[in-house]
Ligand binder design. Structure first.
Ligand SMILES: Nc1ncnc2c1ncn2[C@@H]1O[C@H](COP(=O)(O)OP(=O)(O)OP(=O)(O)O)[C@@H](O)[C@H]1O
Length: 239
């Protein structure tokens, strides 16, 4: 692959004597979507947090746009919009105030307009004045998604972005991601919902118990195994 936007080379994370993830490698070409799939505790969040620069690998290398976190922290972070799998929202802030706060923190140019744009993108423009801590899980997910989009980052990293979304918003999420990809953004997201990976991802990486157990272009996996479910079961030695 020529000049992939993201290069992950043999990363492992050990905490005390426990190995959380071991020797994970993949590359993501610019303008494409990769889904990290696996069950609970597979290591998806740990990998995403390492790519985001929040957690440092015990061994292995990661580069984003040719940059390494250790040598270019600020530039590296500017490449990335990160959506965590959970977030404790502070009391008393509306959706608009929350996003304006994040935009100010990150020095987003034209932040009033950008906050308006992302609120509209995630369908929360009419809820802008409602308190975020009164929002449903799906609405909170959409606020987190909006904050990741604020800086129009080349790379979007999303941890379980469809958790808590109803079928309507699941569909909207797929359309949003497709739109983001058409604009040239690169996306990596984790999910245990294989149907979402099937619908939007160009490439899949299967993880199980911290290990890479299979990967490939989505179309090729489908052609070889019939479905992502069949491929995932095969990667677990179940079929
Ligand atoms: N800070 C930590 N200290 C020790 N162990 C950890 C830490 N963070 C995660 N783990 C362990 O690492 C393993 C991988 O966790 P991780 O959260 O990356 O998995 P996941 O695939 O995102 O799971 P889920 O889908 O349940 O969110 C789990 O066994 C978890 O208990």
């Amino acid at each position: 692959m020529d000049n992939p936007l993201v290069q992950v080379q043999g990363i492992s994370k050990r905490i005390k004597k426990q190995t959380l993830v071991e020797e994970i490698s993949f590359q993501i070409p610019g303008g494409s979507i990769l889904a990290l799939c696996g069950g609970n505790g597979a290591g998806k969040s740990t990998v995403l947090r390492m790519v985001a620069g929040i957690l440092q690998p015990t061994s292995g290398e990661i580069s984003v746009s040719g940059l390494h976190w250790k040598t270019s922290r600020k530039l590296y972070s500017q490449q990335i919009g990160y959506m965590p799998d959970d977030y404790q929202f502070s009391h008393g802030l509306s959706a608009e105030e929350m996003l304006t706060f994040w935009a100010a923190l990150r020095k987003i140019p034209g932040r009033k307009t950008r906050v308006e744009e992302v609120l509209t993108l995630v369908g929360l423009a009419d809820k802008r004045n409602s308190l975020v801590n009164t929002f449903s899980k799906g609405m909170r997910q959409r606020v987190l998604f909006a904050q990741a989009l604020l800086g129009k980052p080349p790379l979007l990293i999303m941890d379980e972005p469809t958790n808590g979304l109803d079928p309507f918003w699941m569909n909207e999420f797929v359309k949003l991601l497709q739109g983001i990809k058409e604009e040239g953004h690169t996306v990596i997201f984790s999910t245990h919902q294989l149907e979402i990976a099937d619908r939007v991802a160009d490439q899949i990486v299967f993880l199980n118990q911290g290990k890479h157990v299979g990967s490939g272009p989505t179309e090729e996996i489908r052609a070889e195994f019939g479905s992502l479910y069949a491929a995932f079961n095969h990667s677990l030695g179940l079929g």
